[in-house]
Each structure stands twice: as structure tokens, then as C-alpha cells.
Design a protein around this ligand. Structure first.
Ligand code: ZN
Length: 141
């Protein structure tokens, strides 16, 4: 994630922000922002209360990501409807990351592994071709 995006998201959603989100790929920043906006709207942090009404964890590796959330019943006004809305926001995040290029956010077409056992990446057609050209020593125009 780019520094400007880190600063912006940390400022917009201080109670949802976690440092490990900085490791998520640039192409998924808009998806992460959409999740944070949805979660923040479902249960807005209450002024004067320390802590977040919602704990969010995103696990990401090898072209896949999954988000988890745990509402804090001590903070906020939780209802079954809000809980269901959290589940739906997580579902949308998980679906969107499984369909989007890690580099640019365009629709992904492949999960490709770097040579020599490097990590896998979810890529669009253009970025997959660029990766292939890099490994093959070709130059794309
Ligand atoms: Zn791409």
C-alpha cells in the first residue's frame, strides 16, 4: 500500500486501522477502503469511548485475502441487522479481492507464481504479460 493511502485511511478510519494493512497490495487499496467505509457506517465509533466497536483482521497471502471481524459488544449499539451488514461487507471484500489484480485493481485473470518458488500473485492480463516478459527477458511495448 502506498504511503499516501496509508495516511489517508489511517486518518479516515483510526479505530479500524491496523498497521498490518500496510502490507496489502496497492491494487486492493480501493477494496480495503470500501470495506472500511462500510464498517465505519454500520457502527460509527462513539465519541468519548476509547477503543473500536469492531476489530478487523485481514489475512493475505499468495493472491488471496480474507477479512474477519469481531464486534465489541461493549462499544456501539449492535443489532442483528448490523451484524448481518458486517458479514455482507466482509463477503464483498473477500469476493472483490479474489477478482482483482494486486497491482492495479483491474479484473484478474490468473494467480501466477514467481519463478524460483517465489510468492504467488493475482494479476490482470496486462500485468501477467509484463511479469512473463520480465522473466523471459523480453521487452513489452
Ligand atoms: Zn493489473
Amino acid at each position: 500500500m502506498k504511503d499516501d493511502d496509508i495516511k489517508r485511511l489511517r486518518s479516515l478510519y483510526p479505530r479500524l486501522w491496523r498497521h498490518d494493512l500496510t502490507r496489502l497490495p496497492d491494487g486492493w487499496t480501493a477494496i480495503i477502503e470500501k470495506l472500511m467505509a462500510a464498517l465505519n457506517e454500520i457502527q460509527t465509533p462513539i465519541k468519548g469511548q476509547y477503543g473500536s466497536p469492531l476489530f478487523v483482521l485481514i489475512q493475505s497471502s499468495g493472491g488471496f485475502a480474507v477479512a474477519f471481524a469481531s464486534p465489541n459488544p461493549e462499544l456501539g449499539n449492535w443489532t442483528p441487522e448490523k451484524s448481518h451488514a458486517v458479514i455482507e461487507a466482509l463477503r464483498q471484500f473477500n469476493a472483490a479481492t479474489s477478482e482483482s489484480c494486486e497491482i492495479c485493481g483491474s479484473p484478474s485473470v490468473i494467480v501466477a507464481q514467481e519463478r524460483d518458488g517465489g510468492p504467488q500473485h493475482r494479476l490482470c492480463q496486462r500485468h501477467n504479460e509484463e511479469q512473463l516478459a520480465k522473466y523471459e527477458g523480453r521487452v513489452l511495448q
